[in-house]
Design a protein around this ligand. Sequence first.
Ligand SMILES: NC(=O)C1=CN([C@@H]2O[C@H](COP(=O)(O)OP(=O)(O)OC[C@H]3O[C@@H](n4cnc5c(N)ncnc54)[C@H](OP(=O)(O)O)[C@@H]3O)[C@@H](O)[C@H]2O)C=CC1
Ligand SMILES: O=C([O-])CC(=O)C(=O)O
Length: 268
Amino acid sequence: MLHVSMIGCGAIGLGVMELLKSDPEVAFDVVIVPEAHMEAARPLVFSLAPHARVADRLEEQGQQPDLLIECAGHKAIEEHIIPALKRGIPCMVVSIGALSERGLVEKLEAAAREGKTQVQLLSGAIGAIDALSAARVGGLDSVVYTGRKPPGAWKDTPADGLFDLDNLQTATVIFEGTAREAARLYPKNANVAATLSLAGLGLDHTQVRLLADPGVTENVHHVEAKGAFGGFELTMRGKPLAANPKTSALTVFSVVRALGNRAHALSI
Ligand SMILES: NC(=O)C1=CN([C@@H]2O[C@H](COP(=O)(O)OP(=O)(O)OC[C@H]3O[C@@H](n4cnc5c(N)ncnc54)[C@H](OP(=O)(O)O)[C@@H]3O)[C@@H](O)[C@H]2O)C=CC1
Ligand SMILES: O=C([O-])CC(=O)C(=O)O
């Protein structure tokens, strides 16, 4: 039985608990949410994981989880993941876009080294991360990522002021540049660009194009990579979660897979 503490009970966290509620090998013991939202979170958590405790942090004394998983956002990495790693608790992170902040990846690595443990960065909404990071071993020449989403998915981002999102008639490029700049301008839509960068050529050498496209209803991720290994092209058409259209459903499935791989006898 894998005893898991989870940070965040939003679209991803609740989706993960729902899918794992009848898995006898995974137990959610603690769900961490901001203090102000603990009361509201309790009934939701109770309905999916009746034995789980809602808290605003991991207790430092007593039984430690086998694994701490972050499904919350940038601040949760600094607040919860880094201290847990230093205490030797293995961690998983889904908010990969947060790692585009300078120095944060190095802080995570240092904390894991200090605690003699490991932090796993999850692939989330994008596929072929195994192929891309293997290809990097032989040398990559280029990685180009195009992210295409319905105009509504770009609400409350810099594109909202620059383009009339409600009345777009054709696919419109809202950003073109490096993954680092994409992550700076579009932090809540930067997870895929950051994941591809960390697996491949880094934030400054991964090219990104972002489009608002009234012709799509899905989050479409296209990757083209070339290098000593040859090349690949990948298109993912991710159905958005009803609870958060910025997030593809595959992200939830990717977390469930990762937890299953830790908990079950066979890992794939
Ligand atoms: N790797 C990938 O491919 C993808 C990654 N993501 C990332 O995953 C994360 C979660 O996404 P999603 O579930 O859709 O987002 P939601 O906004 O639906 O949920 C986020 C949850 O985290 C909680 N939370 C926020 N900050 C903290 C904190 N410091 N400590 C504890 N809890 C906190 C929120 O609590 P409250 O509501 O009470 O503030 C909320 O319950 C985001 O960072 C998102 O960018 C998303 C899609 C793809
Ligand atoms: O499709 C998703 O779930 C999220 C996404 O585009 C991103 O954050 O890069």
